[in-house]
Design a binder for this molecule. Sequence first.
Ligand SMILES: C[S@@+](CC[C@H](N)C(=O)[O-])C[C@H]1O[C@@H](n2cnc3c(N)ncnc32)[C@H](O)[C@@H]1O
Length: 351
Amino acid sequence: MSQVLRNRGRWRVMPRTRQRRPDGRPLGDRFLRPGERPSERRPVVTDDHQPVMVDEVLHFLQPRPGGVYIDGTIGAGGHAEAILNAVGGRATVIGVDRDPQALVRAGFNLKEYGSAVRLVRATFEDPVWIAHSQDVDRVDGILLDLGMSSMQVDDTKRGFSFRGEGPLDMRMDPDGALTAADVVNTYGESDLVRVLRTFGEERHARRIARAIVAARRKAPLRTTVELATICEDAYPAGSRIHPARRTFQALRIEVNGELDALERVLRAAPDVLRGGGRIVVLSYHSLEDRLTKRIFDELAGPKPAMPGLPAPEGPSRVRVLTRGAVLPSDHEIERNPRASSARLRAAEAVQ
Ligand SMILES: C[S@@+](CC[C@H](N)C(=O)[O-])C[C@H]1O[C@@H](n2cnc3c(N)ncnc32)[C@H](O)[C@@H]1O
């Protein structure tokens, strides 16, 4: 389907305008079903979320007719739609999300695929349970498109964005026990520093934590704008990024337990993938990408002491398919700036 090139040590997808179908026709901008004409297709891009690195995801996931795929982060269903289109609708996608609003949206966007799509409200942490809940033993692929969807960020009532006024919530699952307000108003100063450093890689964590503690002595913090203003006031002048960016990232990761969930699903993936089945992970910050790389390397088993020497004996549960992280093409970043921070890694289960 997609034509991926190695370019100066990096995987790059050939611009779609240069890609050709097997019969020599240009690939065009859309995935077509057998017998369809381009004008009849609605685009893979939905109004609410533009899926990222679709060609690369399909290249590494290699969906096949009859396959069963867990989309652990179904969101608006953009990637799920691309998977189904790639096989003419002849696969099953188990679409998982912890956000019930996302499931409603995915259900709407994917309704034409009928029973090929099964939606499950859950966290993706336990893919074995997810598969069993659908009477499936092994799956052919798992896709994780981490982080938030545009729907979540753009809805100021969810409190994810420092650019609009909303409650300090940040829960992807609205029934989750912990909100961002709980964290900023109840954690001790040293715990706040830890969260901001660990999950935000925030160099000014101490200053910001101190400012939060001073502000909440007057009144508990309630809104995103209050917190963003505290970050702005605490930050040294001349920062290249918005002073609240790393703090909001850190709180979101803490509130949703994001890195724990990622580690669990990566470790469990070989238990539910059939031999040769693939897992593809799209990360949007270095913490997720580094964790994915580390767990894939651990699951791949011991490496030779030096290149050329045989690898020591040891269990190998996956074969890593991406040597470095795969980056989006410049063309995609131009069309969809949200793709700019995306990093893709993929591995294949070894039987
Ligand atoms: C970037 S969006 C996915 C967009 C989707 N690929 C598409 O094309 O529309 C990430 C989604 O994953 C969900 N999510 C994040 N962490 C999750 C977890 N641990 N378990 C289940 N869903 C999660 C979020 O609620 C959000 O809807």
